[in-house]
Design a protein around this ligand. Structure first.
Ligand code: CMC
Length: 393
């Protein structure tokens, strides 16, 4: 009862108190559990950041070893799950497969639906998710290529293992490139959490009905898939390729993005919260230059991206609206340079974001938050009487 405040898109509505991620959109500050993103990207590794987000503090040596061992021990998926891959059409998008596979994990671990299970059991779900998501993702790629599945190698680190499962081919030696491993580690860290974004809010809202965590995470993957959210990384590369194919006239596309009668948007530009710059984009842009130089890659798309940024940042349309390159603007160029196929870009985002979703879900459960249930302002028909079908016009 009482007055309902309308706030489409929840632009100004806080739905929770959170101690996970601090974000200042005006100053371009991002911190996980108090640690600046720049320091984590420089010094940490992805599993350590996952631990930090989920548990609240950086792990000591013993905690770190235990966490890594647990993740390593749960990388295998039930053999029966492999059959699911055979049923998807060869054109299936890996995000659709990933969300289905994550949801199906709930059928293999039905105890996850019990809201009264022990803390140890809940933790096991966290470990299973972080461990299995890379296996599930790599299998979807292998299956789309018609290549044999590569089982996880427990001697490898998290990121190494993912690359190995993606790219190794039986009977051929697979050599990991440390530049690629470092680049992926950094990208996953930069994507690991971003407070109450669309997918994290989805995970919280699904979880708030006490549905199991696998289903909540699967819903988060579905939310992330859209081009306005995580799907932007794929959309950026497709846009850059389209501009190149169209003759490279980037100015024309800037004008289209500004035209209110044209639905085209400059993908990888703008953010709901950052209105001055996205600190993740600053780090990624620098890494992008370094990685491409180290790998000796000369990507035309990078040239177009730089031009678009240069022109847009001087244009009053983008300045007035506070539109800057976001995390997705340069990430796709790095993914491409390290050999990740375009349709897998958003899957990489999901692997990175998983610890954040888990941390957000855990916080919601620990704080015993009520079921998420927004209100509305009704604008439909007023009361009217039922008309039998014979009498309808
Ligand atoms: N190109 C052209 N115009 C834009 C763009 C863009 N990329 N983004 C926003 N605008 C305009 C928009 O038309 C509106 O103009 P006006 O005030 O004249 O109507 C104004 O800027 C505000 O935009 P909005 O859509 O009301 O802002 P929002 O906070 O609802 O949307 C956004 C944020 C990220 C969805 C949007 O900027 C966008 O669609 N960007 C492109 C997609 C993208 O890169 N998404 C990735 C986000 S970062 C990764 C992640 O965390 O998900």
């Amino acid at each position: 009862t009482g007055l309902i405040t309308l706030d489409p898109g929840y632009k100004n509505t806080g739905a929770t108190k959170s101690a996970v991620t601090f974000l200042d959109g005006e100053k371009g500050i991002l911190r996980y559990r108090g640690y600046p993103i720049e320091q984590l990207a420089e010094n940490s590794d992805f599993l350590e950041v996952a631990y930090l987000l989920i548990n609240g503090d950086l792990p000591n040596k013993k905690q770190s070893a235990y966490f890594k061992e647990r993740i390593t021990n749960h990388t295998l998926i039930h053999e029966d799950m492999k059959r699911f891959y055979e049923a998807f059409p060869s054109t299936a998008h890996p995000m659709g497969i990933l969300s289905s596979m994550l949801s199906s994990l709930s059928t293999f671990y039905p105890e996850s639906q019990n809201p009264n299970r022990s803390i140890e059991d809940i933790e096991l779900t966290f470990h299973r998710l972080v461990a299995k998501i890379t296996t599930l993702a790599a299998l979807s790629y292998k299956s789309s290529k018609g290549q044999p599945y590569i089982y996880p190698d427990n001697k490898k680190s998290y990121v190494e293992n993912f690359l190995y499962m993606m790219f190794a081919v039986p009977s051929e030696k697979y050599e990991l490139d440390p530049v690629v491993v470092d680049a992926l580690n950094k990208l996953l860290i930069l994507h690991a959490d971003h407070e109450q974004n669309c997918s994290a809010s989805t995970v919280r809202i699904v979880g708030s009905s006490q549905s199991n965590l696998y289903s909540a995470i699967s819903a988060g993957v579905s939310a992330l898939w859209g081009p306005l959210h995580g799907g932007a990384n794929q959309a950026v590369i497709e846009m850059l390729e389209m501009i190149i194919a169209d003759g490279g006239d980037y100015q024309k596309w800037i004008e289209k993005a500004k035209d209110k009668n044209d639905s085209f948007r400059l993908m990888g530009f703008g953010h709901r919260v950052y209105k001055n710059f996205d600190p993740r984009a600053t780090i990624i842009k620098k890494s992008c230059d370094e990685i491409l130089a180290k790998m000796g890659v000369d990507d035309k798309a990078l040239g177009i991206a730089r031009k678009l940024e240069e022109v847009a940042l001087k244009d009053p349309y983008f300045i007035e609206r506070g539109l800057y390159p976001n995390v997705d603007f340069y990430s796709g160029i790095i993914y491409r340079a390290i050999g990740i196929p375009t349709e897998m870009f958003t899957v990489l985002f999901a692997i990175g974001r998983l610890p954040g979703w888990i941390a957000q879900w855990k916080e919601m459960i620990e704080n015993q938050e009520p079921i998420g249930r927004p209100r509305q302002v009704y604008v439909g028909a007023t009361k009217r009487d039922y008309v039998p079908i014979e009498k309808r016009k």
